[in-house]
Design a protein around this ligand. Structure first.
Ligand SMILES: Cc1cc2nc3c(=O)[nH]c(=O)nc-3n(C[C@H](O)[C@H](O)[C@H](O)COP(=O)(O)OP(=O)(O)OC[C@H]3O[C@@H](n4cnc5c(N)ncnc54)[C@H](O)[C@@H]3O)c2cc1C
Length: 400
């Protein structure tokens, strides 16, 4: 499955910082983590730190799946507005999921500080604007709901948005809690540090077969070598969806482009994430090297790699939208790419055990908030291993 087009920005920016050997012997461990994107990096870190003998394997280089293509906006607001989510899972559930989103940004920030990892993490506000006059009433209702529940939000008029951000738009919600990061760098640095502390890591090791036995899991690589472990944690991103008989999510292709470094509005937008209420929505952020990174124009995923023609048409549309939002600005693009994205009906991920796969735990950070969901996965995996419960395991379970 093609998870992204070859020229994803983070890969070009960082290169391949660290390489690991492929699996060339049979080994045993407590827990095997399959997948070394941002999810596998966070989960393996947690497990290794908790004292489990942990092995990470990936069929690609580390973080070369969706994590190389992500726009890495960290938001507590999920793709489904809180008031709509409340209609699906109840008000208590919606509040829990939204509040846990705020907590995950803090947890990730603390983890990066503790580990001394420079991965472009920057605290930002998040501005969601109505995409049309028609969308204003619903967004204002969402604002009032969140305000009532103590979220730090502000309602901005078009005039206020223009004055603060030189942006021409309908009104919107400004949230205090958000951030952005270079998830590719973060994943690489975290895995590298844990590897130095003794965690085994194998890249270029595709899994051919996994035998889920009653008391262990046997992971057989394409090379024929195997790993015997007590448990396996699947951090295999959107490719995991093919393992299940049920369709848990739709996969779409999304498009992104990044401007030249001299992006004219950098100081105004430096500390801001922007998105709108359109379906599909446009989303943008600045990078720590002074560019504007914009994404959107989603289409259903096709199994063929996205062609240059579609990619150029889609990113051309994104550029036009940006220039409409910022009159007088010329967006000069440096790189454009496409990536795959899993979407669930309620905007929530799937994290937990699955009856068809004994001794396995899945951490599938689906949706536009995949990274914060993966952060939540760290605590949830430990809870599952300890046989304990957590409210999120109920909302993220497979049989919902
Ligand atoms: C353009 C774009 C924009 C996005 N924007 C955001 C955003 O702003 N904020 C946000 O939170 N999320 C965003 N996302 C989603 C986010 O990128 C993902 O949630 C996240 O990168 C998923 O990380 P992962 O580690 O779970 O998956 P991946 O990075 O895909 O890692 C999975 C790994 O598993 C490995 N693997 C799979 N199968 C096997 C196998 N059989 N054997 C061995 N290895 C295997 C793969 O090689 C891969 O390296 C965006 C995604 C895209 C494409």
């Amino acid at each position: 499955m093609e998870l992204r087009s070859p020229e994803a920005f983070w890969l070009l920016k960082n290169g391949i910082p660290y390489n690991y050997p492929s699996l060339r012997e049979n080994i045993a461990c407590d827990i095997a983590v399959v997948g070394s994107g941002i999810t596998g990096a966070l989960i393996s870190h947690t497990l290794h730190r908790a004292g489990y003998k942990t092995v990470v394997i990936d069929k690609r280089d580390v973080a070369n799946g969706s994590t190389a293509a992500t726009t890495s906006m960290l938001q507590y607001e999920i793709d489904v507005p809180m008031q709509r989510l409340a209609g699906m899972i109840g008000e208590k559930g919606a509040l829990t999921c939204y509040r846990e989103g705020i907590a995950s940004i803090e947890i990730l920030e603390e983890l990066l500080i503790r580990e001394g990892i420079e991965a472009g993490f920057e605290r930002k506000k998040s501005l969601q604007v109505a995409h049309s006059e028609k969308g204003v009433a619903d967004l204002e209702k969402e604002y009032r709901t969140r305000k009532e529940h103590g979220f730090r939000v502000e309602w901005l008029s078009p005039k206020e948005i223009r004055e603060r951000y030189c942006m021409d738009s309908h009104p919107g919600i400004l949230s205090d809690e958000g951030a952005s990061i270079d998830a590719f760098r973060a994943a690489h640095e975290l895995i590298s540090r844990n590897h130095a502390r003794g965690m085994q890591v194998y890249d270029h090791t595709p899994v051919r077969e996994v035998q889920h036995e009653t008391d262990q899991v046997k992971i057989i690589a394409e090379s024929g070598f195997h790993i015997c472990s007590k448990r396996v944690v699947y951090c295999t991103g959107f490719e995991t969806l093919r393992m299940f008989r049920r369709k848990y999510a739709d996969v779409i292709s999304t498009f992104a482009c990044v401007s030249e470094q001299s992006f004219g509005l950098y100081p105004q937008l430096k500390d801001l994430l922007i998105w709108d209420t359109a379906n599909p929505y446009i989303y943008m952020r600045t990078t720590d090297d002074g560019r504007l990174l914009v994404g959107g124009e989603d289409i259903p995923y096709t199994y063929n790699p996205v062609g240059e023609k579609i990619k150029n048409r889609k990113t051309g549309k994104l550029v036009k939208k940006v220039e409409k939002l910022f009159p007088g600005l010329t967006f000069l693009e440096d790189y454009t790419w496409a990536g795959a994205f899993g979407v669930t009906k309620d905007g929530l991920p799937f994290i937990g055990e699955h009856p068809d796969f004994p001794n396995a735990i899945f951490v599938l950070g689906l949706g536009g908030n995949g990274i914060t969901f993966s952060v939540q996965g760290m605590e949830l995996v430990l809870k599952i291993l300890a046989g304990e419960d957590h409210p999120l395991l109920h909302y993220y379970r497979f049989d919902r």
